[in-house]
Design a protein around this ligand. Structure first.
Ligand SMILES: [Zn+2]
Length: 577
């Protein structure tokens, strides 16, 4: 009876606590924090209590003192119904378990962090390759196209597969099962999980997108420790993955701010697309809202500004020590368009570099850095083309990534001082289920699909020296399927006249319907399984495959959270000492 009464009493207390929200503490519970790395500490007190009644401690001491910075206290931050206790840019240097607690006299909250140190530095250089959205089916498709598949055996290994260490990486963020490319990259570059669309910040209740609590990025850390930094992508340089090396923003789409953050951090090598956010507003085509000319600002700081492959090669041959390469107003065209089909913006930008050219240039510049370097290289359109349900373009860009990794492996060679990591930031729900064979009877796409014993090997022509089949439009093709789509028409054929556009705007606002251009005889009309507001395919929560080699790579094994990639990198570099 007594026990019963106690239990009931506890339930009432529990309900009361739940109905009045407790404080929120950033970094969140279970954060792993690199010893000495900088971060903003914040507590949000619901009900906006006055400063006099609150206490905020870390391991029992005043939080600001532990973090080595002063605190601010705002009773109604941004006019909202909570008070904010904030310590900007603090750090904890001694490794260990830390308990942060906040009290306002009636309510309290606590989080536990692990502050991790690192042993002595083992890697001089780190090269982090991101295959954006690269899923198992992309690897398999790239291997089939690049190496050939005869009697069940491949004609060779992909460089991304042929590495001694491997792990499964889980990619979920703090707010949702399925991540986007911002908070997933942030996990790799800060070691902290965050929410969708956020780069280098925790998602607090701040109203302004630049005010959220920041955590130090790999780009900033490396520069602070005296290493050189390179950021290389074939997307817009301001996009989430490259931006994750330097940026702190709740909104990944605010490209103009991200350009300013690149300028603040000053990676020695910056190579990608997205030039229009560097040009002053008055320049034709500029997407800036101010008259700042970031091309000129970088040039004034010793950067060689280049816009073509020819200029890139000349700059490297001329011994340039800082590169700002902006090769397209938007994304750099993918390998299938540049090499085979000549679509996309290839007419307008005929001399764009390949990711391999960019990686070669970056290594030439960065390898001169006496204290080593951190280089991030992203093959970013694997993701974008998969959103467009255009797997052939995604597979060619997977081959391009593979070539860039091969080059990096040659660079690392027998040096023994370079950690190479290849990892997607998230998956797509894609799979290979057989082959479409024009020789099979029937008029429908389903009748052309061979599964199991009928999935005869595809007949793509042998790849060229760089691993690309010279033609993609063959009679027996990989049947690559998408698990989550809008309404669309599947042709089962490559999109020869440009990147696929699976949908068109529907009659109602924010709705999408199948793009009728693809609804040709022989195509399959597929009812979508995504909300009708979806214009394209979406990411998946599936784990992704990481492969690695070099000093520190042995720490990758089993299943790891994405934040552990940061931990392994900073451990290899000895950044926690
Ligand atoms: Zn994506």
């Amino acid at each position: 009876m007594m026990r019963h009464w106690l239990a009931a009493g506890l339930m009432v207390v529990g309900l009361t606590a739940a109905s009045v929200q407790a404080q929120t503490i950033y970094p969140l519970d279970r954060a792993e924090i690199l010893a000495g790395s900088r971060f903003d500490f914040k507590v949000e007190f619901p009900g906006a209590p006055s400063r006099g009644v609150v206490t905020v401690t870390i391991n029992g001491r005043e939080a600001a003192a532990v973090l080595g910075r002063s605190a601010t206290y705002v009773e109604r931050e941004d006019g909202q119904d909570y008070a904010a206790y904030t310590v900007r840019g603090g750090a904890i240097t001694a490794p260990g378990r830390y308990v942060a607690e906040a009290r306002d006299g009636t309510r309290s909250a606590r989080v536990v962090w692990e502050v991790f140190g690192t042993p002595a530095r083992r890697a001089k250089n780190v090269i982090l390759f991101i295959g954006d959205g690269m899923s198992v089916a992309h690897r398999t498709a790239a291997r089939i196209l690049s190496k050939g598949l005869v009697e069940g055996r491949y004609g060779g290994e992909l460089a991304i597969d042929d590495m001694p260490h491997m792990a499964l990486i889980s990619t979920s963020g703090t707010d949702s099962v399925v991540t986007d490319s911002a908070n997933s990259m942030g996990a790799y570059t800060t070691g902290h999980k965050s929410c969708n669309n956020a780069l280098g910040v925790y998602c607090a209740r701040n109203k302004h997108f630049l005010d959220h609590p920041k955590v130090e990025t790999l780009g900033e850390l490396a520069k602070r420790k005296g290493l050189a930094v390179g950021v290389v992508t074939n997307t817009e340089i301001e996009d989430a993955t490259p931006g994750g090396m330097v940026a702190h923003t709740r909104l990944r789409w605010e490209f103009n701010d991200i350009v300013a953050m690149f300028y603040a951090v000053k990676p020695e090598v910056i190579l990608g697309g997205g030039s229009v956010n560097f040009w002053p507003k008055s320049t034709a085509g500029s997407k800036r809202t101010d008259e700042i000319n970031y091309v000129q600002k970088f040039e004034a700081d010793g950067y060689r500004h280049i816009t073509t492959l020819t200029e890139l090669k000349a700059a490297v041959a001329g011994g340039a020590s800082r590169l700002l390469g902006l090769f397209n107003t938007g994304n750099i065209d993918g390998a299938l368009d540049r090499r085979v089909l000549k679509k996309g913006s290839v007419d307008k930008f005929p001399d764009q570099p390949d990711l391999v050219d960019q990686t070669r240039a970056a290594l030439a510049v960065l390898s001169k850095a006496p204290n080593g370097f951190v280089l991030m290289v992203e093959s970013g359109r694997i993701d974008k083309y998969t959103h467009s349900l255009d797997w052939e373009r995604a597979a060619y860009d997977t081959i391009m990534l593979d070539n860039a990794v091969k080059l990096a492996k040659e660079f690392a060679g027998t040096r023994g001082d370079t950690l190479i990591i290849v990892v997607p930031d998230h998956a797509h729900p894609v799979s290979i289920v057989g082959t479409y064979d024009d020789e099979r009877p029937g008029d429908t796409l389903r009748s052309k699909l061979g599964t199991y014993a009928a999935s005869k090997f595809p007949n793509y022509p042998p790849a060229d020296a760089e691993g690309y089949p010279p033609s993609i439009d063959v009679s027996r093709r990989i049947a690559f399927v998408y698990g989550a789509t809008p309404d669309y028409c599947e042709t089962g054929r490559p999109h020869l006249d440009g990147e696929n556009r699976p949908t068109a705007k529907g009659a109602d606002a924010n709705t999408f319907v199948a793009n009728e251009k693809n609804c040709v005889p022989g195509a399959a009309r597929r009812p979508g399984n995504l909300p009708i507001s979806s214009a394209a395919g979406v990411h998946a929560a599936d784990d992704v495959i990481l492969t690695a080699m070099g000093p520190g790579a042995e720490l990758f094994r089993g299943r790891l959270d994405n934040t552990r990639v940061f931990r392994v990198i900073t451990t290899a570099l000895g950044f926690g000492r």
